[in-house]
Every structure is written in structure tokens, then in C-alpha cells.
Design a protein around this ligand. Structure first.
Ligand SMILES: Cc1cc2nc3c(=O)[nH]c(=O)nc-3n(C[C@H](O)[C@H](O)[C@H](O)COP(=O)(O)OP(=O)(O)OC[C@H]3O[C@@H](n4cnc5c(N)ncnc54)[C@H](O)[C@@H]3O)c2cc1C
Length: 108
């Protein structure tokens, strides 16, 4: 709170750059918001959506803190998991396409 906006932006971008080298150079816009107090909340009945959100669904992979209860930890875990599943699906698709293009051997 005691830093000016430019300093806050720099701290965040430097931090991100350590985890994702080169990231800061690609940021075109960053907005600093100051919330002296703040709390996340859900609307009543939000829990009824949970079963649908966590259901596996073909080629759609969700990630985010709303899939679990550990906030950032859940966001990271589900992001990694979704990325692995997408990569696996794409690899399977490539293998299937390559197999389909390979001429069948004759049985002689
Ligand atoms: C006040 C507060 C304090 C918190 N403190 C902690 C803490 O101490 N520790 C902790 O682990 N977690 C904390 N959290 C929770 C943590 O911030 C979240 O769990 C985490 O940011 C979730 O990451 P995410 O990627 O799932 O979602 P987000 O960080 O919310 O990212 C979702 C992104 O999607 C973008 N978006 C939304 N809709 C669209 C659209 N239609 N098109 C394009 N982009 C879109 C949003 O702009 C946002 O950038 C806190 C949250 C709040 C609000």
C-alpha cells in the first residue's frame, strides 16, 4: 500500500518474470487496484454448480480456484492438470493421424 503504482507494477512484473522468463516484455497493460479490505464471496446456491464444473467433458478442460477449496493452490494444480490432459490428447491425435496416413502392409 505504501508504494506508488509504478513500483507496484514493477514488483509484480519482476516477480512474474522470475517464474516465466520474458513474460514482462509481453505485458501491454497492467492496472493497479488498491483494496484496503477485500474478500471473495459466492452467490447463494453456487455449490449446486460444483458437480457440473468438476465433471469430465470431452475436449473441454477447466482450470481455476472454483474447482476446489485451496484457492491459488487449486488454480495451479487444475491448470497443470488441464495442460497435461490437453497435451496428451493432442499427442494421441497426432499419433492417430500419422497411423491413418501410413500405408497398410500387405500380408505376404
Ligand atoms: C481479496 C482476496 C484475497 C485472496 N487471498 C488469497 C491468499 O492469501 N492466498 C491464496 O492462495 N489465494 C487468495 N485469494 C484467491 C486467489 O486470488 C485465487 O484463488 C486465484 O487468483 C485464482 O486464480 P484463477 O486463475 O483461478 O482465477 P483469477 O486469478 O480470478 O483469473 C481469472 C482471469 O480470467 C479473466 N476473465 C474472466 N472472465 C473472462 C472472459 N470472459 N474473458 C477473458 N478473461 C476473463 C479475469 O479477468 C481474470 O484475470 C484471494 C482472493 C481475493 C479476492
Amino acid at each position: 500500500m505504501e508504494h506508488d503504482d509504478d513500483t507496484v507494477r514493477r514488483i509484480y512484473l519482476d516477480d512474474l518474470d522470475q517464474v516465466l522468463p520474458g513474460f514482462a516484455g509481453n505485458v501491454v497493460e497492467a492496472e493497479v487496484q488498491r483494496w484496503p479490505t477485500g474478500a471473495p464471496y459466492c452467490f447463494p446456491g453456487r455449490g449446486k454448480l460444483q458437480r457440473t464444473l468438476t465433471r469430465r467433458s470431452g475436449r473441454v478442460f477447466l482450470a481455476g480456484d472454483y474447482l476446489g477449496t485451496l484457492s491459488t493452490e487449486t488454480a495451479i494444480q487444475t491448470g497443470l492438470s488441464a495442460a497435461h490432459e490437453v497435451r496428451s490428447l493432442l499427442a494421441t491425435g497426432r499419433q492417430t493421424a500419422a497411423r491413418d496416413l501410413t500405408p497398410a502392409r500387405s500380408a505376404s
